[in-house]
Design a protein around this ligand. Structure first.
Ligand code: AMP
Length: 465
């Protein structure tokens, strides 16, 4: 199928061509005609499938007809996080460049002034996180009764983050005669209930889970003792030909701690988590996108759905507690046809969580293929160097933690719950005393990204401790 077969306008076809897309993805081929027919839609799809364009493209054509009015947005897209909202806004700019449409982005953590000004001037598309939208609505700065097209994106993540009551409230303020599109990676009962209540005779479509079908992502596990996790991670970062990596941890405190530790060891890393203000998150992401840091340590909420090209590796420093998060995390690599590698560190405590992942994805994650390729000179040395770590830093960061743990992020309830759990996985006895090691330069011929490039380190040889 071609984009031209979907009945999109010439202006849109030209924008799509400029974006370099040759043909619609399955979700686009299925969803676009339904949206054009003004049907309500439930689409079970996740990021990486091209789902954003599946609603943005037909919306642009629908909105091309009609007039803006002050304070009354004509359409609304709800996103669970600021980053996703920004990403959708970027999509709107990219595909809507040949149209005269006004967009406003309502996200927490940025000044309200410009947002209110844009609303006053009238917008065609409002892209918002529920918190900020409710805030402005309650202050009377926005009227929702002119909004007859609603998109609820990442509905299952909205549920995880406790946003369903806000969404119900918002739906009740919208005109009852409207078109509603709901996107979700999974359909847990509360989302089904929400759909039953607020969608009318929806067409349901489902595309294959990207992660389970994405053969471009090689997945591995490394069974490891909790106190050797940092050592194993740094070893892998050095020897698995990592070009760019996102490292996920389950707690904000671990994200901060790990990033500091990696930087001390000479890695070029940054961090992104729910406690950071918007400006700092954007700044860190920019550094990563520009390649000024090649490692981003992240929490789930902050990194959900991020579309960054060319991420060669995803590491699960902690096995995620929710199997869905595994699917979302590893989907940050292997994008747009590229190859990627996803490596999960699994402690004895994590085994059950990994089993849940395997049940969900119907895929048994194999052991990392140690020793399949001839050892490289640098690798072994790196292990020796990494043996000695820094207990003092651990203690310091623990005492700092109490203050840092205070919930701040307005949009991260689920993460807040997780990250305030007792810190059970702190390494207890990392030895120390030495100066930070500088990352060693590669000394040999480059090996293709993600091809295993070193021996099995001795610290992995004897069970879990
Ligand atoms: P999404 O699932 O919306 O997060 O999109 C994932 C990625 O696929 C984004 O980088 C899009 O720019 C890209 N994309 C969307 N539609 C297409 C298409 N038809 N062909 C190729 N890439 C696409």
């Amino acid at each position: 199928m071609k984009f031209a077969d979907l009945g999109l306008s010439d202006e849109l076809l030209s924008a799509v061509q400029d974006a370099g897309y040759e043909e619609p993805t399955p979700i686009q081929a299925e969803a676009i005609p339904q949206v054009q027919m003004m049907r309500d839609l439930i689409a079970i799809a996740q990021t990486g499938t091209g789902k954003t364009a599946s609603f943005v493209l037909p919306m642009i054509d629908i909105l091309a007809h009609g007039r803006r009015r002050a304070l009354m947005p004509r359409s609304l897209i709800l996103e669970p996080t600021r980053e996703l909202a920004m990403q959708v806004a970027e999509n709107f700019e990219k595909y809507g460049k040949n149209h005269d449409l006004k967009m406003a982005l309502l996200i927490g953590g940025v000044q309200m002034g410009d947002q209110v000004k844009a609303l006053n001037e009238g917008v065609d598309v409002l892209i918002a996180t529920p918190g900020r939208l409710m805030d402005l609505f309650e202050r009377g700065k926005i009227l929702l009764n002119g909004c007859d097209l609603l998109v609820i994106d990442e509905a299952d993540r909205m549920l995880d983050m406790g946003f369903i009551p806000d969404i119900e409230f918002i739906c009740e303020k919208l005109p009852s005669q409207r078109q509603t599109l709901l996107f979700s990676a999974t359909m847990p009962p509360p989302i089904k209930k929400l759909a039953d209540k607020f969608l009318s005779n929806p067409k349901q479509i489902e595309v294959a889970r990207a992660a389970t079908t994405n053969e471009n992502i090689a997945q591995f596990k490394v069974e490891i003792s909790p106190r050797k996790k940092k050592q194993a991670l740094k070893y892998l970062l050095e020897v698995d030909n990592v070009q760019t990596a996102i490292i996920f941890a389950n707690r904000k405190t671990t994200v901060r701690d790990l990033n500091k530790d990696l930087q001390k060891s000479g890695f070029k890393s940054g961090e992104i988590h729910g406690d950071m203000d918007q400006a700092s998150r954007i700044a860190e992401l920019d550094l990563f996108k520009k390649g000024e840091v090649n490692i981003l340590v992240a929490s789930d909420v902050a990194a959900r759905g991020l579309d960054i090209k060319g991420v060669s590796h995803v590491f699960n420093y902690d096995t995620p507690w929710h199997p869905d998060d595994y699917v979302h995390r590893i989907g940050r690599t292997g994008r747009a046809g590229a190859k990627g590698r996803a490596i999960t560190l699994v402690t004895p405590e994590d085994r059950e969580a990994l089993e849940n992942v395997e049940k969900l994805t119907k895929f048994k994650v194999p052991e990392f293929p140690w020793g399949e390729v001839a050892p490289k000179a640098g690798g072994g040395q790196a292990v020796e160097e990494q043996r000695e770590e820094k207990p003092r830093e651990e203690k310091k960061s623990r005492s700092r933690r109490k203050k840092d743990d205070a919930p701040k992020a307005e949009e991260a309830p689920r993460e807040e719950v997780r990250e305030s759990k007792p810190k059970a996985d702190k390494p207890r006895s990392e030895k120390s005393g030495r100066k930070p090691r500088k990352k060693s330069e590669p000394k040999e011929e480059p090996v293709p990204a993600g091809e295993w490039n070193g021996p099995k380190p001795s610290f992995l040889g004897v069970g879990f401790d």
